[in-house]
Design a protein around this ligand. Structure first.
Ligand code: CP
Ligand code: NVA
Length: 297
């Protein structure tokens, strides 16, 4: 049984295959005809829920959105029994969770493919869309291209580093002191073999790169740290001046939602360098590619 909890659940060749399928026309095939996909959310979502619902529909299937509290992982019954129950109805079980260990437990039941729609550790569906966007910009061979993530080294960062690194991109992560990867993430990233650099200087991070990437400073589940983070990230806003230090034709990416005036300015979001809306659309195409692969590798 194949699961997708993090980008490195796919080999390099499999990742390219998922991206190839993602680029196929949206009504190319209907491998989910007559089947359902469960979309369980413990946290809010605009892009992930809607892109997954439409991707399932385009593949001929029926998406069902389920709020986490309705199934009540470990409240109404164990997470394993929720998983076994949903597996009676659905071909793929997708979940956005607070704790990564929950999607690991669902996958350990190993009864239907489990897809991580964002956890505290990773956001691999986002990373697939990011690669698709980069390929749309720079061509399918991304080797030798460079990307800088600027901000909190978080779930999005970890998946992005694995994804971009897997395709041979040069990856830099610029973060304020104290907001780098924890030991667990560093071990995962180091053992993956991908190459990446860390810096605590935003200008150094973006210098000459082909793409600059932003995410919120305060992720879902960290709301009580918001004031402290606003203070600690002062000087880390991606504005036109910082973008000017990247390559002349550099693009700007953001997983969204954006908090203008914090991690980036409205000017950068709406600049000619910004690809954030194609990137959001690519969530749907990437989801088609991934689901199609999980159903029929
Ligand atoms: N980028 C992303 O996952 O957006 P949502 O939280 O709106 O799904
Ligand atoms: N790092 C953010 C990503 C939102 C799509 C979060 O986890 O809230």
């Amino acid at each position: 049984m194949r699961h997708f909890l993090e980008v490195d659940d796919l080999s390099h060749d499999e990742l390219l295959e998922v991206l190839r399928r993602a680029a196929l026309p949206k009504h190319h095939s209907k491998p989910l005809a007559g089947e359902g996909v469960a979309l369980v959310f413990e946290k809010p979502s605009a892009r992930t829920r809607n892109s997954m619902e439409m991707a399932v529909t385009q593949l001929g299937g029926h998406p069902v959105y389920i709020q986490g509290h309705e199934v009540g992982f470990d409240v109404r019954e164990t997470a394993e029994d929720v998983t076994r129950t949903l597996a009676q109805y659905y071909e793929v079980l997708c979940a956005r969770v607070f704790s990564h260990s929950l999607v690991e437990r669902m996958a350990a039941v190993d009864i239907k493919p489990v897809v991580n729609l964002l956890s505290d550790r990773s956001h691999p569906m986002q990373a697939l869309a990011d690669l698709l966007t980069l390929q749309g910009e720079f061509g399918s061979d991304l080797a030798g291209r460079s990307i800088a993530y600027v901000g909190d080294a978080n779930n999005v960062t970890r998946s992005l580093v694995l994804a971009a690194g897997s395709l041979g991109m040069s990856v830099r992560v610029g973060h304020p002191e104290g907001y780098g990867f924890d030991d667990t993430d560093m071990n995962v990233l180091r053992s993956s073999g991908v190459e990446f650099e860390l810096t605590s200087d935003p200008a150094q991070a973006v210098k000459g790169v082909d793409a600059v990437y932003a995410d919120v400073w305060t992720s879902m589940g960290q709301e009580e740290e918001s004031a402290q983070r606003l203070h600690d990230f002062a000087g880390w806003t991606i504005d036109a001046e910082l973008m000017s230090k990247a390559a002349d034709d550099a693009i700007f990416l953001h997983c969204l939602p954006a908090h203008e005036g914090e991690e980036c300015t409205r000017e950068v979001l709406e600049s000619s360098a910004s690809r954030v809306w194609p990137q959001a659309q690519n969530r749907m195409h990437a989801a088609r590619g991934l689901l199609s692969f999980l159903i029929d590798p």
